[in-house]
Design a protein around this ligand. Structure first.
Ligand code: PEP
Ligand code: MN
Length: 359
């Protein structure tokens, strides 16, 4: 689709786009305090705050609703900061347009659903407001692309992307795994769209925020969106990943907006491949960990019934199946055997430890 996209936020020379604010607007006081402290940093382009909060399960704080829009209005009047909030339904769009919210964003749980994206797009038709689109929560580039196309077709030309990571079933150090390659592919497909990293939802914690933000800037992202709260520990949503305006100021100060050198550009394909390998290695380790947890359960079962840990038939069957599957992926029989022996040994060690404990 031929597109004529314009910038959501003209970047200030020398620094990337900075979007910050609390996960949720909780009270007028909390919003105003956060905005005033952020304004003092003199580096924030856009004040974010969730008004309607999509929560996985009912019963948790679901946002203050329309009332919060007047707080964002006050933020703009008293601090000069432009504002942005999440819209998921037509009524959200109408309310935001009426309240003069400067930028709207579509959340990860909305991008997954073409019905919802279309509803938002229809409500936007004829409006002149920039829209940021978060990646869908599941790693499906088609849904992200589709959302951009639907919003563009509604006549919106100032569109940007927010990379907030993807859900992952298994153990990982992230709340949502970044899968940098997917975001890079998206940017390659839409080179004119500005893309910021939402390091807060990728990390789910405070200690990795700076590292993830810097990684994004190294990959030439246009900026970041970070959750900032005056009293993070008391936040009504996403407490564990929010930081104070002061800590956020320090984070910004340490970030390096990188202009890659010619040498680095030449190395880029290699860096890219290494990043993918690191991601796969991290997935593999997580999966082996999960496999050992299952071994532990088997160990307990065997211990209760006094069954021997080593079951030759089962081992033979695993070896044969893996050798066949390995071949299909171009892996040699010798490697598959070495790999499986190592896994099997670790598994036996785990089970032995359990059986010996129970005895
Ligand atoms: C948020 O930004 O607070 C939010 C709900 O994000 P996401 O849609 O990425 O989960
Ligand atoms: Mn949040």
């Amino acid at each position: 689709m031929e597109m004529n996209i314009k910038q959501v936020i003209p970047p200030t020379p020398g620094r990337g786009i900075v979007i910050a604010g609390p996960c949720s607007a909780e009270t007028e006081g909390q919003v105003m305090q956060c905005a005033k402290d952020l304004a003092k940093l003199n580096q924030v382009d856009l004040f974010r705050s969730g008004i309607w909060k999509p929560r996985t399960r009912p019963g948790s704080f679901e946002g203050v609703g329309t009332e919060g829009l007047s707080w964002l209005k006050r933020v703009k009047e008293e601090t000069g900061l432009k504002t942005t909030t999440e819209v998921a339904k037509a009524s959200h769009v109408y309310d935001c347009l009426k309240a003069g919210i400067d930028v709207l964003w579509i959340g990860a749980r909305t991008t997954v659903n073409p019905f919802s994206v279309q509803e938002v797009a229809d409500a936007l038709n004829g409006a002149d407001v920039p829209v940021l689109i978060k990646n869908p929560i599941n790693p499906d580039l088609g849904l992200w692309i589709g959302a951009v196309e639907r919003i563009y077709k509604a006549g919106i030309t100032r569109i940007g992307l927010i990379h907030r990571g993807f859900s992952y079933h298994g153990e990982t150090i992230y709340r949502n795994v970044p899968r940098w390659q997917m975001a890079i592919d998206m940017k390659r497909r839409f080179p004119d769209l500005q893309m910021v990293v939402d390091n807060s939802h990728i990390c789910g914690n405070r200690h990795m925020l700076a590292e993830v933000a810097q990684e994004a800037l190294n990959l030439k992202y246009d900026g970041l969106m970070t959750e900032v709260h005056p009293r993070p520990d008391e936040a009504w949503s996403d407490a564990s990943q929010q930081i104070t305006p002061q800590v956020f100021g320090e984070l910004l100060q340490n970030l390096r907006l990188r202009k890659p050198t010619v040498d680095e550009m030449e190395m880029e394909p290699l860096t890219e491949l290494r990043r993918q390998i690191d991601e796969i290695d991290s997935d593999l380790i997580g999966m082996i960990g999960r496999r050992m947890k299952l071994s532990d359960q088997i160990g307990e079962f065997k211990a209760e019934r006094n069954i021997a840990v080593l079951q030759e038939n089962r081992w033979e069957a695993i070896l044969q199946e893996a050798s066949r599957a390995g071949k299909a992926h171009g892996l040699s029989e010798a490697f598959m055997e070495r790999y499986l022996r190592a896994i099997h040994q670790e598994s036996i060690d785990h089970q032995d430890a359990i059986v010996n404990k129970v005895r």
